[in-house]
Design a protein around this ligand. Structure first.
Ligand code: GLY
Length: 379
């Protein structure tokens, strides 16, 4: 085996959920030393790695080599086609069949190595195979490191909508290796950044101020700023998940920008025109603009967000999506209705009283939502 540099754990966050608590490790050279971050012995266990074809030969191979060098009884890897289409019933059962065909037992461990698709799909498969086997999240995109890998939401998409079938099932650890982000396309890095900003906008204006001053460094490869941003984001998510695992109340705030964003993604049918983080950025601006329209938020705060997204190379309007989408506001509002956050026929909106002051409401007149969508489509 090749020499591997020592792991440098720069910081940790902790999700505190009684016997389902776990650490999030953030640092450099982590995946080649992954054995050091597993919270139990692999001795005699069957180990499974789920990844995708984009990273099978790179990060997948690094983790495979590290785990083959452990006390595990066996190590096997399955690689799936990248893309949202993989979060399907067919692929879910491909994964469960692979585990069962290889005699997985309840001591077996699944490592999900990839972005949100692999994390959500693999986590779901782990939660239902043998009524639950342990799994470890190894997110390889910024978006997955700061959001989808933390908090135990697992899911597949259904013809009726995104993430409509899934479970709450916590991983045993999350391993965020900054080095894997070095090969991430810039567009994906920017899209992941939208989820970092989200935490600041929910409840921390001083974090937003810090990001306004520093975040451009992330796009220029400043590892310290990247590490600190991921750490703060993961800590913020951990705090919320530790208080409200099953989204009974405050966890819903993490959906800031998602009500509008999911409708845009669904309209585009995940054809690559818009990445999840880009949809969230546009959705956040729509949520701020709606809050301004309702008299709850200042125009200055909404303009500040738009300017920040522009500085970070993120879209802030539906008009920015290329090729242009031809949806009507009515079509997008109908798509919001197929979101799982609908209750008694009313869509849940995350609105704001200003930067760092998000709140949830279902008392929104859809006429106002229509106007906001139309504005977002105009020059
Ligand atoms: N991505 C939102 C949540 O985990 O609750």
């Amino acid at each position: 085996m090749n020499e591997v540099d020592e792991a440098e754990v720069m910081s940790k966050a902790h999700v505190s959920l009684d016997d389902r608590s776990y650490d999030i490790h953030i640092g450099r050279n982590l995946i080649g030393n992954i054995n050091e971050m597993i919270p139990f012995s692999l001795d005699g266990r069957k180990v499974f790695i789920l990844t995708d074809d984009n990273i099978e030969d790179t990060h997948g191979a690094t983790i495979l080599a590290a785990l083959e060098n452990s006390e595990a009884a066996s190590v096997q890897m399955l690689s799936l086609k990248p893309g949202e289409q993989t979060k399907s019933v067919a692929h879910l059962f491909e994964v469960t069949n692979w585990l069962l065909d290889n005699q997985a037992d309840r001591q077996s461990v699944l490592f999900t190595v990839g972005g949100g698709v692999i994390g959500d799909l693999g986590g779901f498969a782990a939660s239902i195979t043998l009524r639950g086997i342990p799994y470890i999240q190894v997110p390889t995109t910024l978006l997955a490191q700061v959001d989808s890998s933390v908090g135990g939401k697992t899911a597949i998409d259904m013809p009726q909508g995104k993430n409509l079938v899934g479970t709450f099932y916590q991983p045993q650890a999350v391993i965020c290796d900054l080095d894997v982000l070095r090969t991430l396309p810039l567009r994906e890095l920017k899209a992941g950044y939208a989820e970092i900003v989200k935490y600041a906008l929910i409840n921390d204006e001083s974090f937003f101020l810090w990001l306004e001053g520093r975040a451009q460094g992330i796009l220029k490869g400043d590892v310290e700023t990247l590490a600190r941003s991921i750490e703060i984001a993961c800590r913020k998510k951990s705090e919320i998940v530790s208080q409200d695992e099953k989204e009974g109340n405050i966890r819903a705030l993490l959906n800031l920008g998602h009500t509008f964003g999911h409708a845009l993604e669904a309209y585009c049918k995940y054809d690559g025109r818009i990445l999840h983080g880009e949809a969230v950025a546009i959705g956040i601006v729509c949520a701020f603009r709606l809050s301004v329209r309702l008299g709850h938020c200042s125009e200055a705060d909404a303009a500040r967000i738009e300017k920040h997204f522009e500085t970070m190379g993120l879209p802030s309007k539906i008009l920015d999506i290329k090729p242009a989408i031809k949806a009507t506001s009515k079509q997008l509002i109908d798509l919001m209705g197929s979101d799982k956050k609908v209750f008694q026929g009313k869509v849940t909106f995350i609105l704001t009283r200003g930067i760092g002051k998000a709140y949830t409401t279902r008392e929104v007149n859809l006429h106002d939502v229509e106007r906001i969508i139309e504005h977002s489509m105009e020059d």
